[in-house]
Design a protein around this ligand. Structure first.
Ligand SMILES: NC(=O)c1ccc[n+]([C@@H]2O[C@H](COP(=O)([O-])OP(=O)(O)OC[C@H]3O[C@@H](n4cnc5c(N)ncnc54)[C@H](O)[C@@H]3O)[C@@H](O)[C@H]2O)c1
Ligand SMILES: [Zn+2]
Length: 580
């Protein structure tokens, strides 16, 4: 079978520049160019808005499918497709088999601006009606959010916000040069995640050029883009060896201060120190006791003292080597010491790799509540070496899988299937699938954070299962469950609630629960007073502004937010979760 990619497919929301970029890429490669929307207009003899109005969307989608089929028969052609085309699974399969799918991304604000600025010249597309909406930005945001899981299936993504058409074209050509021999895969069945480890590495992160990092670094699983910083997440097996080199490539030059806990430091501290020294850095270390009790201002102070003693300066670097506790604590110190110093996350627990290390939330606990003191402070990069998971305790590992499964449940059905198919190998930490699962989880979290850095919208979806989980954790004074265990039970609860309210089919709810069980996660609890759980949930609700924003599932891979879930339904579900 031919392994060479024969076409380039440009997908993405309207106004991301697919047509212009497509033409430019075709010119550079001396290839053909097809814009399926334009072809539809030619064939129908009328603009798309009229097809929508007069013949209905179904008719348009039929024409679109036909044009995509036709275009896929070409070779050496750049094919620009309509913004909603990739949502259709038949289209997607066909396109994925016949070319390298590159998604052109842009923030809703950028799209909005471009649509208004270019309103006159925008080709007739389904997006026209958006402009006459009362709140066009919100509409764009919503429609785009609903399509995001489909855009995420592209083999590569280019973020176009700060790029000119020719720069985007350059990125597309670069992606093609890098991946042309890899895609399409022979059979991209669910047993592997072919697009995962190459996907998103390309996202053009303009702001970081010049810092000497190689943008096509093959260890990059994804990138986080925020208002303050864009940075890569490296995921690999045995990747610690490259830590020193990566720090150098990032352009950092100060003294390195490794912050770790006793357990992790006793296993990896020496090794990491040597690797970093070998890259030419001076190294100091500070080690704290393991466990959540250390995550407080007292230990933050001790780290400040240590930094002051070592006369640390603004360009000196902190490395958080450990699980989420160390990441939150060291990150908090990095955010505050000298008003912020560079820092690097080296997560060593599964939970930290797929969740805590991504997104820049740092902080410490207060005697009156968890994570009450903190900030958003992004690291310079995250480096996750999946090999370190081989020393993590079984219970911590199992608990970490809950957050991994969560990503599949809320946003990525394909990933859910991957986890199901590969459960046995994943639990044995088989390097290849393990790395894929961590990389995909990190990419999903990174994407959500990129879209919603300060937790105003989409980031809420990550709270799936967490409402009940927080209730259970608090009702048991954080002593009975590891976080992931509580989340697993909470997700089963949220799944049951989704089913009860008619969102999720019983069959899907069952699949949901089975996968958690497959990973040895708990799906019920016993000997806890439901009134305690409910009271804890009420307190949590107060702390979150008086409403519980329930994250529910409409399907596996599709979460929605509901603020008005009747109390009796919640109670009934808690009752179901309680084993006598
Ligand atoms: N910042 C965020 O966005 C965010 C998100 C989720 C959780 N968190 C925080 O993360 C923390 C929980 O993270 P965690 O579960 O990683 O806890 P943790 O850091 O306490 O690590 C759990 C245990 O595993 C040990 N350990 C870690 N890596 C190991 C390895 N490779 N080999 C052997 N032992 C290892 C640690 O020493 C510790 O005893 C909590 O404080 C939570 O609030 C933060
Ligand atoms: Zn969580």
């Amino acid at each position: 079978m031919e392994r060479q990619v024969s076409n380039i497919i440009l997908a993405g929301f309207s106004a991301t520049g697919k047509s212009f970029v497509g033409r430019e890429v075709a010119r550079r490669l001396s290839w053909g160019f097809v814009d399926t929307d334009e072809e539809i207009v030619k064939q129908a003899g009328k603009p798309i808005s009229e097809i929508f109005q007069q013949d209905g969307e179904a008719k348009f989608r039929g024409l679109e499918r036909h044009m995509i089929k036709k275009a896929c028969q070409q070779k050496k052609t750049v094919i620009a497709i309509g913004g909603g085309a990739i949502v259709d699974s038949q289209n997607y399969k066909l396109l994925a088999r016949n070319g390298l799918i590159i998604c052109l991304e842009a923030k809703p604000e950028t799209i909005y601006q471009r649509l208004f600025r270019d309103a006159a010249s925008t080709p007739e597309t389904e997006v026209r009606p958006l402009l006459s909406d009362n709140n066009p930005l919100e509409r764009i945001t919503n429609i785009k959010a609903s399509r995001q899981p489909y855009y995420a299936k592209a083999h590569w993504t280019v973020h176009t916000d700060d790029l000119s058409i020719s720069e985007v074209a350059e990125e597309v050509v670069r992606a093609w040069e890098l991946l042309r021999e890899v895609y399409p895969e022979r059979d991209s069945s669910v047993t592997s995640l072919p697009q995962n480890d190459k996907k998103r590495r390309a996202s053009a992160h303009h702001n970081d050029k010049g810092k000497g990092r190689n943008d096509t670094d093959k260890d990059i699983a994804c990138e986080v883009k925020t208002t303050t910083q864009n940075y890569p997440i490296f995921v690999g097996y045995g990747l610690l060896d490259k830590l020193g080199e990566k720090i150098k490539q990032t352009g950092l030059s100060g003294t390195v201060n490794i912050i770790s806990d006793e357990t992790v430091f006793s296993i990896y501290g020496h090794k990491v120190g040597e690797i970093v020294k070998h890259a030419g850095f001076e190294v100091n270390s500070f080690v704290v006791p393991p466990g959540e009790a250390t995550k407080n201002t007292d230990f933050a102070n001790r780290i400040y003292d240590f930094l002051v003693e070592h006369r640390a300066e603004r360009d000196d670097i902190l490395i958080a080597l450990g699980g989420g506790m160390v990441g939150d604590l060291a990150g908090f110190v990095a955010a505050t010491f000298l008003r912020g110093v560079p820092w690097i996350q080296v997560p060593t627990s599964l939970l930290a790799m797929v969740d805590a290390s991504i997104g820049g939330k740092v902080g410490v606990n207060h005697p009156r509540g968890k994570n009450l003191i903190g900030a958003f402070y992004q690291p310079n990069f995250v480096l996750a070496d999946c090999q370190t998971l081989t020393t993590l305790s079984q219970r911590e590992l199992t608990s970490g899988w809950a957050e991994v499964i969560k990503y599949g449940l809320i946003l990525d059905e394909e990933f859910f299937k991957f986890l199901k198919t590969n459960a046995a190998m994943l639990m044995k930490l088989e390097p290849d699938v393990l790395t894929q699962a961590v990389a995909r989880s990190a990419a999903i979290k990174a994407q959500v954070v990129t879209e919603d850095e300060k937790e105003k919208g989409k980031r809420t979806l990550l709270n799936y299962g967490h409402t009940i989980a927080h209730g259970l954790e608090a009702a048991t004074q954080y002593r009975q469950f590891l976080h992931g265990e509580a989340v697993a039970i909470g997700m089963v609860g949220a799944g049951k609630l989704s089913q009860r309210l008619g969102f999720l089919s019983p069959a899907k709810a069952k699949q949901h629960q089975s996968l958690l069980q497959r990973f040895d996660l708990p799906v019920s609890f016993s000997k806890i007073d439901l009134t305690d759980v409910e009271r804890a949930m009420e307190l949590d609700k107060k702390a979150r502004g008086g409403v519980i924003r329930w994250v529910l599932l409409e399907n596996i891979g599709k979460a929605v937010i509901h603020s008005s879930v009747p109390r009796q339904d919640v109670l009934a579900v808690l009752q179901e979760l309680l084993q006598p």
